[in-house]
Design a protein around this ligand. Structure first.
Ligand SMILES: Nc1ncnc2c1ncn2[C@@H]1O[C@H](COP(=O)(O)OP(=O)(O)OP(=O)(O)O)[C@@H](O)[C@H]1O
Ligand SMILES: [Mg+2]
Length: 264
């Protein structure tokens, strides 16, 4: 279990971003985190994974405990190794010069067990699309294929918990559905817990056991999937019944960011 309590986070000593956030992630469950651009979702993942310092961020107050142990200021490599936390950042992280098999092998390089080959087969079975691209450089694969491979790379570390920052970003609708189906399989078959940050609220709510909604650095709503799905505000602002305009705006701004990344 991961327990985040009263987290206050700033960047560059002055930019206050999280104002007392508390979140609990149960073992083996999918928890989704929804919220508009700039709410602080990525910052929460950075804090939990221990990479916040790299972004010149700091925890002023509160704590992150994994399996009862305080990890708030421990370095990311230790958090990953000791607790099996893997953080799949928003920017697809494949080794672009390497092909699919080489990527998966590299991702497993710190493992000492004998199951690496078996797990590579397992990843390819989960993501059949990758099988057709085994030999080319992964940097030339499509965005969707790279996203699949970055999740595959994460799986090769044999994680207990996956932190996923907007995995559906920029994917075509059919691929979004495919990816969420695969996430459910990974959760159910491997028992891997997930903390799933998403703008795609409808899809995320379908797969999650419970969820949180953040606004301006605070959790404003939390509950089980059933509780959130029946909440009027959630329905209006996130599930598109009457609030479609707003959801569209998020998407458009995301696309814009993504486009910028491609061009830059
Ligand atoms: N390294 C940084 N230095 C300074 N400010 C930052 C830094 N990273 C993020 N911020 C600011 O912190 C706030 C929260 O950002 P964060 O990326 O956590 O939000 P988010 O909910 O993930 O948003 P999005 O949906 O756009 O990804 C934003 O106002 C952002 O500008
Ligand atoms: Mg973000």
């Amino acid at each position: 279990m991961i327990v985040i309590e009263g987290l206050r986070v700033v960047y560059r000593d002055v930019i206050s971003v999280l104002h007392g956030v508390s979140v609990t992630l149960e073992d083996g469950q999918i928890t989704t985190l929804l919220g508009a651009n700039g709410a602080g979702k990525t910052t929460l993942l950075r804090t939990l994974s221990g990479v916040l310092r790299i972004y010149d961020g700091d925890v002023l107050e509160g704590s992150v405990k994994i399996e009862g142990q305080e990890v708030t200021r421990i370095n990311p490599v230790k958090i990953a190794r000791k607790f099996g936390i893997v953080y799949i950042v928003e920017e697809r992280t494949v080794f672009p010069q390497l092909n699919v098999m080489e990527n998966l092998k590299c991702a497993a390089s710190s493992r000492r067990d004998k199951d690496v080959a078996r797990d590579m087969d397992r990843v390819l079975a989960l993501f059949p699309a990758l099988k057709t691209r085994l030999h080319g450089k992964s940097g030339y694969m499509s965005g969707g294929e790279q996203q699949m491979l970055s999740i595959g790379n994460a799986l090769m570390t044999k994680p207990k918990t996956m932190l996923l920052d907007e995995p559906s970003l920029g994917l075509a609708p059919i691929l979004v559905r495919e990816m969420f189906k695969i996430l459910i399989r990974i959760n159910e078959e491997e028992g891997i817990a997930m903390f799933l940050v998403e703008q795609n609220a409808t899809a995320a709510m379908k797969v999650a056991h419970k969820g949180y909604v953040m606004e301006n650095g605070r959790v404003v709503l939390e509950g089980t999937r059933e509780e959130l799905e029946s909440n009027e505000d959630i329905r209006e602002f996130y599930l598109g019944s009457g609030g479609e305009g707003k959801e569209k705006d998020y998407r458009q701004s995301k696309r814009y960011k993504r486009r910028k990344r491609w061009l830059g």
